[in-house]
Design a protein around this ligand. Structure first.
Ligand SMILES: Nc1ncnc2c1ncn2[C@@H]1O[C@H](COP(=O)(O)OP(=O)(O)OP(=O)(O)O)[C@@H](O)[C@H]1O
Length: 272
């Protein structure tokens, strides 16, 4: 259903993604791992058409995504909704309005300007929040919620688009281990219950192993690993991270990822 065919992206002299090819033949949950700068975000952004590839082609169910422009491009972008590390919510706006923003693509400018939403959409938004266990927070401002709750609001906003694919760019990198698990389990449930494809960039090996059906490893823009969590041995991980024999999986564990920016930095340094 999804095919990457020799996708390359260059920024000046720097090649961020080098001839990436892979095929996904059914909806599954895929984790993309690799050290900082390996090209993971660029790969997702190309799929979502936030950026164009320099060469190569992506197809989804036979449709060429690469050449989509205008309304067709916007339609594609709502079919592959993206969530981000920093949630990208409107902090002072209430939770349910943030979720309803997921319908922006199919609403008129006028109704958007005046925050007019059909009752049906409001009910769907509440149902989705309920499903994610955060309906009680619907009237609160987004900024009043914890990081884990905010990320679930972002997932709810993505689900409002009824997407075929959910792309998650480091969805748990700003969360403590407990919230990280709740968010990853929400993504897993969405995949299993709705049969949607989920592709998540992840910093940590244990998360990729635990929640994903398939893991793609990138190094210096190239896909250097594509297999099941079982095939992702310590040796394979060492290749992906470009580390020597002293490489320790503990350095990519969620255990050292906390909400403290300093600790995140330490974790990054340790992982690289
Ligand atoms: N807009 C841009 N302009 C110039 N160079 C870019 C741009 N976006 C990414 N790059 C470069 O492309 C390479 C891949 O970056 P990318 O963000 O995709 O890596 P990543 O694996 O997602 O890293 P991280 O885990 O730190 O987010 C890096 O060398 C980066 O500096």
């Amino acid at each position: 259903m999804l095919r990457f065919d020799n996708i390359t992206k260059t920024f000046g002299a720097n090649t961020a993604v080098k001839a990436a090819s892979f095929v996904v033949d059914k909806p599954m949950m895929i984790g993309i791992i690799g050290r900082s700068g390996a090209g993971k975000s660029t790969l997702l952004r190309i799929l979502n058409k936030l950026t164009d590839s320099t060469s190569g082609e992506i197809t989804f169910d036979g449709l060429s995504v690469t050449d989509l422009r205008g309304a067709a491009k916007r339609n594609w972008q709502s079919q592959c909704a993206m969530i981000f590390q920093q949630f990208n919510l409107v902090p002072r706006m209430d939770v349910v309005s943030n979720v309803l923003h997921g319908t922006l693509n199919r609403r008129s400018t006028m109704s958007t300007m005046f925050n007019l939403y059909p009752d049906e959409d409001i009910h769907s938004a509440i149902d989705i929040l309920e499903r994610l266990g955060i309906a009680e927070h619907a009237p609160k401002r987004a900024e009043a919620l914890s990081g884990g709750q905010q990320q679930r609001v972002a997932i709810a906003r993505a689900l409002m688009q009824d997407p075929r694919i959910i792309l998650a760019d480091e969805p748990i990198a700003s969360l403590d281990p407990m919230n990280a698990q709740v968010v990853m389990q929400s993504l897993r449930d969405i995949h299993e219950q709705d049969n949607r494809m989920v592709i998540a960039n992840l910093h940590t090996l244990d998360t990729a192993r635990r929640y994903c059906d398939r893991v793609i490893g990138m190094r210096d823009g190239k896909i250097v690993f594509d297999g099941t969590p079982e095939q992702l041995t310590t040796g394979a991980a060492r290749d992906i991270y470009g580390a020597d024999a002293s490489f320790s999986e503990a350095t990519t564990s969620t255990q050292i990822e906390t909400t403290e920016p300093g600790n995140k930095l330490l974790a990054d340094i340790a992982a690289h």
